[in-house]
Design a protein around this ligand. Structure first.
Ligand SMILES: [Zn+2]
Ligand SMILES: [Zn+2]
Length: 75
């Protein structure tokens, strides 16, 4: 998965705060998912490295992939 695809699957922090906060709308490079916005749970697949479901209704927080990679390096 490239960085661009990864970005598109990462939740927009502005959108999560409120759908009206992100002015980019559909042009935003981050994910705008209403289902994920109202769901407080983080996506297990995302946290563990990758989630291929573009319509995933769980949260895809920023930075979790990086944190995961750092953790992986220690093993
Ligand atoms: Zn956005
Ligand atoms: Zn997911």
């Amino acid at each position: 998965m490239g960085d661009e695809a990864q970005k598109r699957n990462t939740d927009c922090v502005y959108f999560l705060a409120s759908p009206l906060t992100c002015k980019k709308g559909t042009d935003c490079e981050y994910r705008h998912s209403e289902a994920a916005r109202v769901n407080p749970r983080d996506c297990w697949f995302w946290i563990s490295g990758n989630c291929l479901n573009a319509n995933c209704s769980f949260r895809h927080p920023v930075g979790s992939l990086i944190a995961c990679r750092i953790t992986t390096l220690h093993f």
